[in-house]
Design a protein around this ligand. Structure first.
Ligand SMILES: [Zn+2]
Ligand SMILES: [Zn+2]
Ligand SMILES: [Zn+2]
Length: 746
């Protein structure tokens, strides 16, 4: 094929004298050499490239001009050699009529479609393998492509670009792995970042920031690692892909694996296309827009004055301006190398479970319980494990489906649904049922639970705060001492005349958390993941709240009512230093308007579901009962036999005004009830909004005037939503509701 290409180029030049002359002129162009960031780079004075350097690529200009990559608009002399990529994608290999290199190819797709690397990466790999004397490259739509509206690659002979030469000598001198298969740093310039199967990714440390290098034996692994790298790079709001230049070539291999060829690629991430020099009217003006060749250390200078005046300092400044920021570069490396623990989530338990492993193509299969063991294809097991390749550093893809999972257990909307999950699947026999457990990365788990719990419309900082709270709760489940008796859920202390109960979270023994509201509602990848949720988890990856080293108990409720409550008012008699009584106000005094005192529907809808929106009286509320109504209700809810109620007497209140001990006086007896939740359950058909209420005995009945919704301990969800809307960031929100707690990376 390579010889075909040489013949094609000769044929083309022989019939197209204008272009043939340009290729001839190229042999005599002036060049200069400079050193930028340790790399010896070349400057080429190439006047023929002026129109390309100044091409306007804004949307209007593109629309106004004829597409020069569509065959109909090209010179009659231009001939084409067909290349077919994957899935029948057709390309024309053509000669570039305005060359930079002695052989300079343009390879547009036949169909006019916009410049984009999504789906096209594998085609540049195939091109590289088919023509291994060439290096192929791709200018991102905002990184030098003068036809961002028409998908195209370019090609040039190998070994002409300084960056390619520097990286290639490094890759060719050292194998990817040591004898034990451990990936190696390549001395000096290339630092190993991560690997995926046979693909390895390095960070190149010379020339400028944002340069990454990939090598792989198979196109498949190369593609996977490349797209993972792209996922980890910053994406501007108006862009469809990160800003980068890409180079790809194929080498017959070297050293120990000389028999095996290798795909190699260089990705140069960018901040912008032009530096300020391009737009300047002053003496530092330079008519240079940096594309692939430039970013590989082969700078094109079309204007003679520029070529004469440009200094090493100017060029270094220019490269610095268009390169990725140091912070973004660190972010990419962090995303590629960070870790996440796994969590075991109990999904469902049944006599029989139908499931499907997505990657094996076997379709639906079945496990059932037989003699207390798991029957799978007629063989009995105590435990069955279907492992999935989990991506420890970024969000995972779907790996299995469970059929007919019951969701909304005990809710009016309870129903069965097929659910899709990432991570591994384990079946164990328990209580004569098959129990399905999903082992998944903590961050992947959070991506799912925050998506079900919060509205897609929720502000980013609110979502970040929630991500930290949920993660802290989850990590406390993972870090709790295993093998000890689980904490009991109901604690009763009935002294004479007192019934004080509270309920706390019941721990699981066979897995870390369940998929129901008991823990956090988890439906795998079944529901769409909001873009903001993804951003929130990504930005807070691994962060939890700690106090003196221990993970915080990050309770939260809907609305504190103005003042937050302490722990002991609601649960056992101990207090936590970061769950304090605070005024939910900007200055911490009771004199300013509370954050959660709002009726802004847009904010409320971020925290409450539509049903809840109907009851917008949560900051202050009122409940009226006749004496008979309340007496009957209390008897039905408590069975205490107090008769007709005479008085309700608060004996003890927490810092938010929530009653923790309430004396009920009836004509047949009296009883003190508590704590917070017990009171709310006793005085309402379901739950009274809170126990922070004043009581007016009107003679005919009782009026309860209350504040807030929920226990009021820790973060106030409505207050936090208001804070996020007013521009507080998640760290400020968490510091407000959990004073003294520290945000730490796990
Ligand atoms: Zn076109
Ligand atoms: Zn649970
Ligand atoms: Zn509040």
């Amino acid at each position: 094929m390579a010889t075909n290409l040489e013949k094609f180029i000769k044929d083309q030049l022989s019939i197209w004298s204008e272009v043939s002359n340009r290729y001839r002129d190229l042999r005599n162009v002036s060049t200069r050499t400079m050193n930028i960031g340790g790399l010896d780079v070349t400057l080429q004075h190439n006047p023929a490239r002026l129109s390309s350097a100044t091409a306007r690529i804004d949307e209007e200009s593109l629309k106004a001009r004829e597409c020069f990559l569509c065959p109909d608009n090209q010179c009659a002399e231009q001939i084409r050699m067909r290349f077919v990529g994957r899935k029948g994608r057709k390309y024309n290999i053509q000669i570039n009529p305005f060359p930079i290199f002695p052989r300079h190819l343009v390879i547009p797709r036949v169909r006019h479609c916009e410049q984009s690397i999504w789906h096209h990466f594998v085609d540049i790999l195939d091109l590289s393998k088919a023509f291994s004397d060439y290096i192929f490259f791709y200018n991102g739509p905002k990184c030098g492509a003068s036809a961002p509206d028409h998908m195209h690659f370019q090609g040039a002979p190998r070994h002409l670009m300084p960056l390619e030469r520097s990286i290639d000598s490094c890759l060719s001198s050292f194998p990817a792995q040591d004898e034990d298969g451990k990936p190696l740093d390549l001395p000096g310039k290339l630092e190993h970042i991560c690997s995926l199967l046979d693909a390895h990714l390095y960070h190149y440390k010379q020339f400028t920031r944002g340069i990454f290098v990939l090598r792989a034996c198979t196109a498949k692994s190369m593609g996977k690692l490349f797209y993972r790298l792209l996922e980890c790079a910053p994406l501007s709001k108006d862009d469809k892909e990160p800003k980068f230049n890409l180079f790809s070539y194929y080498t017959a291999g070297s050293g120990s694996n000389a028999a095996e060829g290798e795909y190699r690629a260089i990705v140069v991430f960018r901040e912008r296309h032009w530096s300020h020099h391009y737009f300047s009217d002053g003496p530092d003006h330079l008519t240079m827009g940096l594309g692939c060749a430039d970013m590989a250390g082969f700078f094109i200078v079309p204007v003679p004055e520029d070529f004469a005046k440009i200094t090493e300092e100017m060029l270094a400044e220019m490269v610095d301006e268009v390169s990725l920021s140091a912070e973004s570069e660190q972010d990419i490396i962090w995303r590629l190398t960070r870790q996440q623990r796994t969590v075991d989530v109990g999904i469902m338990s049944a006599d029989e479970i139908v499931f499907e492993i997505i990657s094996d193509g076997a379709g639906p299969q079945k496990v059932s319980i037989r003699d207390g063991r798991i029957d799978y294809n007629g063989v009995l097991y105590d435990e069955l494990y279907f492992d999935a390749v989990t991506r420890s550093t970024f969000f995972a893809e779907a790996s299995f489906v469970l059929h007919a999972v019951t969701i909304g257990v005990d809710f009016h909307w309870e129903r069965k649904l097929d659910q899709t999950f990432a991570g591994s699947l384990k079946f164990i026999a328990s209580n004569n049922k098959v129990l399905a457990i999903n082992t998944i990365g903590v961050e992947d788990y959070l991506l799912s639970v925050i998506s079900s719990e919060m509205k897609a419309s929720a502000g980013l900082e609110l979502l970040k705060a929630h991500a930290v709270i949920s993660r802290s709760w989850l990590m406390s489940q993972l870090e709790r001492p295993k093998g000890l008796a689980s904490r009991s859920s109901e604690r009763v202390s009935v002294a004479s005349g007192e019934l004080v109960k509270w309920w706390d979270h019941d721990d699981h023994s066979l897995f870390d958390v369940c998929a129901d509201d008991h823990c956090q509602r988890y439906q795998g990848l079944t529901m769409a993941v909001g873009e903001n949720v993804r951003k929130a988890i990504d930005a807070t990856w691994g962060q939890v709240l700690r106090f003196k080293g221990s993970i915080c108990d990050t309770r939260f409720s809907k609305c504190c009512g103005g003042v937050t409550e302490r722990f002991s008012t609601c649960w056992e008699d101990r207090d936590l230093p970061y769950l304090r009584v605070i005024n939910d106000t900007p200055d911490g005094t009771p004199d300013t308007r509370c954050f959660c005192d709002t009726d802004d529907k847009a904010i409320l809808s971020q925290v409450l579901n539509d049903y809840d929106l109907e009851s917008s009286d949560f900051f202050r509320w009122e409940r009226r009962y006749t004496r008979d109504e309340l007496s009957e209700l209390v008897e039905r809810r408590s069975g205490l036999g107090l008769g007709s109620l005479r008085e309700l007497i608060p004996l003890e209140r927490g810092g938010s005004g929530r009653i923790s001990r309430l004396k009920l006086v009836g004509d047949k007896g009296s009883m003190v009830i508590g704590k917070e939740l017990m009171i709310r359950r006793t005085l309402s058909e379901s739950h009274l909004k809170s126990s922070a209420f004043e009581i007016e005995n009107t003679g005919e009945g009782f009026i309860l005037r209350g504040k807030g919704w929920g226990h009021g301990v820790g973060l106030c969800q409505i207050g936090a939503a208001v804070m996020a809307c007013r521009g507080y960031n998640y760290k400020q929100i968490l510091a407000h509701y959990y004073p003294g707690a520290e945000l730490t990376e796990k």
